[in-house]
Design a binder for this molecule. Structure first.
Ligand code: UDP
Length: 415
């Protein structure tokens, strides 16, 4: 009898459906170039993990090309729905005026087949989610991924309208997902978020792909010789600091060391940053020591991480830093900037080094340390893999599923 009641309870908790909003970029897009990066991986992996945890997920994204089907079943219980809103080729900066049209399209879908909760990603989706919350009387969860005021503090100002929109939505969200305590503190200090509505749910890493493996085999697979390899993975834009990575290589003492840069230009400053990276390569005469690889399908990156001796993440700000986690999961030490989520993903002196400066020489000193002491790098890589073992998408999904269920039973926040 007791067993039956428990089963009944579990069943009622799992009968949940979520409408995940990902307005400006699709979880089906290749990450690492254009507007596609960590958020795409987050939405795709989380939707899959939620689906496997019994939550039916529909991800709503803007129709960005004419040849897209209306809906794509990604795996059982997980569907991507392309919502027509504005002309297909709009840049991210041009999207604010079409947010309401997007919300209308999602509302039509949800009136046909409802959801128990709205989960918005990034501020544009959060604004759409806020409209939908009031129209459909549904709880709204937001994951912001980046925050305008945090970006402004690191030298990347965003339009005032974004700050206002984020402030408005933070005040009316039923729950906000933060990746870590650093982001939670930023939400409270910079936006006045109610701490009781913040849920810390760190992203995960898929260890079926990202796990320690054969270093030499990975090098052979990529056609690399035995030079020490520093790896940079990510979108090419000033925020990610690829120029710092090149200038750091220029200052590394070992002349055999090489840098591999995987990713492509992103956002309105992407091409400018790409040009600065190329200029730095020319200026330091590094053409035969820096190689560029187009953005790679996510799982293929594990081979690059395993082939590397050290992974460098010189970002100006980082709400989480999936690249640092994936590198750690592959047993590689990380030299990262001491910013945002990287401070929670790199244990200084244990799994890599945190650099509290934008100075390439400081990054070079840490890279030298790991290149010149392979046994130390190996030990740090092992510690990094242990640290990464604490992160999984199924844990993230489990937390969110519980939170969705709690919200369904709560009175909605009003503004
Ligand atoms: N990525 C990828 N292919 C690439 C480059 C990057 O799949 O060629 C993925 C990478 O594995 C990571 C994400 O893009 O999961 C970048 O996330 P991160 O949090 O490091 O940065 P963001 O893009 O969110 O600023």
């Amino acid at each position: 009898m007791v067993t039956t009641r428990c089963l009944a309870l579990q069943w009622s908790e799992t009968v949940t459906s979520a409408a995940v909003l990902s307005l400006h970029t699709s979880p089906l897009a290749l990450a690492g170039v254009g507007d596609s990066g960590g958020m795409n991986v987050y939405v795709r992996e989380l939707a899959g993990a939620l689906g496997r945890a019994g939550v039916t997920v529909r991800v709503f994204t803007r129709r960005w090309s004419d040849d897209l089907p209306e809906r794509v079943v990604v795996e059982p219980g997980v569907e991507v729905v392309h919502v027509a809103a504005g002309p297909v080729g709009l840049a991210k900066e041009a999207l604010p005026p079409i947010v309401s049209e997007f919300a209308d399209g999602v509302a039509d879908e949800l009136l046909r087949a409802s959801a128990d909760v709205l989960h918005a990603n990034y501020w544009l989706s959060a604004v759409a989610g806020h409209e939908l919350k009031h129209r459909l009387d549904l709880p709204l969860v937001s994951t912001f991924h980046t925050l305008a005021r945090v970006k402004a503090d690191s030298g990347d100002p965003e339009p005032a309208a974004r700050v206002q929109a984020e402030t408005m939505v933070v005040g009316c969200c039923d729950a906000i997902c933060a990746s870590n305590t650093v982001e939670a503190t930023q939400l409270v200090d910079l936006y006045g978020a109610d701490p009781s509505r913040i849920e810390i749910a760190p992203p995960g890493v898929d260890r079926a792909y990202f796990s320690p493996g054969d270093h030499l085999g990975a090098r052979r697979a990529l056609g690399l010789d035995d030079h020490p390899i520093v790896l940079f993975v990510g979108r090419i834009q000033p925020l990610k600091g690829p120029t710092v990575a090149v200038e750091a290589l220029a200052a590394v003492k070992n002349p055999d060391a090489r840098l591999i840069v995987v990713g492509g230009p992103s956002g309105s400053e992407g091409v400018g940053e790409w040009n600065r990276v190329q200029q730095a390569v020319r200026q330091h005469q590094l053409a035969d020591r820096v190689s560029f690889v187009d953005a790679q399908p996510h799982h293929i990156l594990s081979t690059y991480y395993r082939a590397a001796d050290v992974v460098v993440v010189p970002s100006r700000s980082e709400s989480f830093g999936l690249v640092a986690l994936e590198a750690a999961a592959c047993g590689r030490p990380v030299v990262g900037a001491a910013v945002g989520g990287l401070r929670t993903l790199v244990e200084h002196g244990h799994t890599g080094y945190l650099v509290d400066s934008r100075d390439p020489l400081e990054f070079a000193t840490r890279l030298d340390d790991l290149i010149d002491h392979p046994a130390r790098a190996e030990a740090m890589g092992r510690a990094a893999a242990n640290l990464a073992a604490g992160f999984s998408w199924s844990t993230t999904a489990g937390r969110l599923r519980r939170m969705y269920s709690d919200l369904a039973a709560r009175t909605l926040v009003r503004c």
